[in-house]
Design a binder for this molecule. Structure first.
Ligand SMILES: Nc1nc2c(ncn2[C@@H]2O[C@H](COP(=O)(O)OP(=O)(O)OP(=O)(O)O)[C@@H](O)[C@H]2O)c(=O)[nH]1
Ligand SMILES: [Mg+2]
Length: 407
């Protein structure tokens, strides 16, 4: 007899796993719920573990035939077992997932045999179960810590932080908490963790006597051009930098005109580049500038051809002379953000800009994407006004919002 344990989220899934591995004649002998231990018990669902057995000498399905007697014999073995963990009807029901009632075995001696083994196994499992349940009694303080953690867990989930990252953070602080921690202590620990994970933001860093080429890439309509205008204005007016604009977005006249309008208002040069050669020309032309901001067409990240174009464009400038900012809208669905960032990661390293924070109350995605890509965060934008609605990301504020709820 082969006896194996199978774990899954539900009983049915576990049974199907058993059936897949042991065959449809496998018999469910025990079903046990495994509750996660420690902190995980707050937010991980219990697993179901079934113990299934398969008699190697079981007759093939062809030899099987339903008879009432067999059913009785099959059930009565269990009835006599004082350790039975579930009712006989339950067992038949579970067994029905493996085989039709009509396929109950003909060979009663094989069944009796199985039942004997089963009884031993059930006894063993009861011992195991009892051992599992001997856990040290929790102190009131530990319970209190857990309830604080539960509150914080709920808050982060409400703000759409990916559950796996929530678990990661809470798991990391759990062991370090003092037994008599207050809610403030717990919050402070989580807050610090979040700040650490968000990392030090990196924004455009001008170097005296060296020109920097700054690329803005990202999906359509996220606010690349508007963000460039905001940054250009800041660098020119606040930092007194010598700024030029380039656009490689040659697909739409309106896009070129949009950037030209901003360039005119700011009184800075603007050029359209159609090829890598023209970028190299621009590199020479603007070599005595502090910074050249390059707008790109927001085209589909799904198209390899378009991604290759973007990669070529970016690579036409040496790595030490360039910075790349991936512009993402905070309103984009998490699943899409994952795909977008993965696609762009294939072509270049980047820093992250999140736009349209004014249009969403949940900022969990900023944290999620930071964790996923490990790219540096840089700016956030919070409105359509050029030049005001942009700031270097405030990680403290972000952490507070993640923990403190929505306005
Ligand atoms: N609410 C809000 N709207 C913004 C923000 N940033 C940009 N927008 C708006 O988003 C729209 C698209 O902005 P663009 O700058 O043209 O976006 P883009 O990424 O250059 O678009 P494509 O060039 O078409 O790929 C415009 O209406 C902007 O005013 C922001 O922070 N908040
Ligand atoms: Mg644009």
């Amino acid at each position: 007899m082969i006896i194996k344990k199978f774990q899954a989220n539900t009983e049915t899934e576990a049974i199907l796993l058993a059936k897949e591995e042991l065959g449809k004649d496998a018999i469910v002998m025990n079903i046990k719920t495994i509750s996660p231990k420690g902190i995980y018990k707050l937010f991980r669902k219990p697993l179901v573990e079934i113990t299934a057995a398969m008699d190697e000498a079981v007759p093939s399905a062809v030899e099987k035939k339903e008879t009432m007697n067999e059913k009785i014999s099959f059930n009565s073995g269990f009835k006599n077992n004082p350790n039975i963990l579930y009712e006989k009807d339950d067992l038949l029901l579970k067994n029905d997932l493996f085989q039709n009632r009509s396929e109950v075995r003909q060979d009663t001696s094989a069944i009796e045999n199985k039942l004997n083994n089963l009884q031993k196994l059930l006894e063993q499992q009861l011992v195991d179960k009892a051992n599992d349940e001997i856990v040290p009694e929790k102190t009131a303080e530990e319970d209190k810590n857990l309830s604080f953690i539960q509150l914080i867990y709920n808050q982060l989930i409400r703000n759409e932080v990916d559950e796996k990252y929530v678990n990661q953070i809470l798991g990391e602080i759990e062991n370090k908490l003092k037994k008599d921690a207050t809610l403030d202590n717990v919050l402070a620990s989580v807050y610090q963790k979040i700040i650490l994970k968000l990392g030090q933001p990196k924004t455009i860093d001008l170097e005296e006597g060296k020109v920097k080429f700054i690329f803005f890439i990202g999906p359509t309509g996220v606010g690349k051009t508007t963000t460039i205008a905001k940054i250009a204005s800041f660098l020119k007016l606040n930092k007194k930098a010598k700024v030029a604009l380039l656009t490689a977005d040659t697909y739409r006249i309106a896009a070129v005109e949009q950037l030209r309008t901003y360039a005119n208002i700011l009184g800075i040069p603007m050029k359209v580049v159609y090829s890598e050669d023209e970028i190299i020309e621009a590199k020479n032309e603007f070599s005595d500038y502090d910074v050249v901001l390059i707008d790109t067409a927001g085209r589909s990240h799904k198209s390899t051809e378009q991604r290759d174009d973007a990669a070529r464009l970016i690579n036409s400038i040496d790595e030490e002379m360039r910075e790349v900012y991936l512009v993402l809208s905070a309103t984009t669905k998490y699943k899409d953000l994952i795909r977008i960032t993965e696609c762009y990661s294939e072509i270049t390293n980047y820093r992250l800009i999140f736009t349209k924070l004014d249009e969403t109350i949940s900022i969990g995605n900023i944290f999620n994407i930071k964790m996923l890509t490990n790219a540096d965060l840089s700016y956030t934008t919070c409105g359509q006004n050029v030049p005001d609605d942009i700031t270097k990301i405030d990680t403290q504020e972000t952490a507070k919002k993640l923990l403190g709820g929505n306005d």
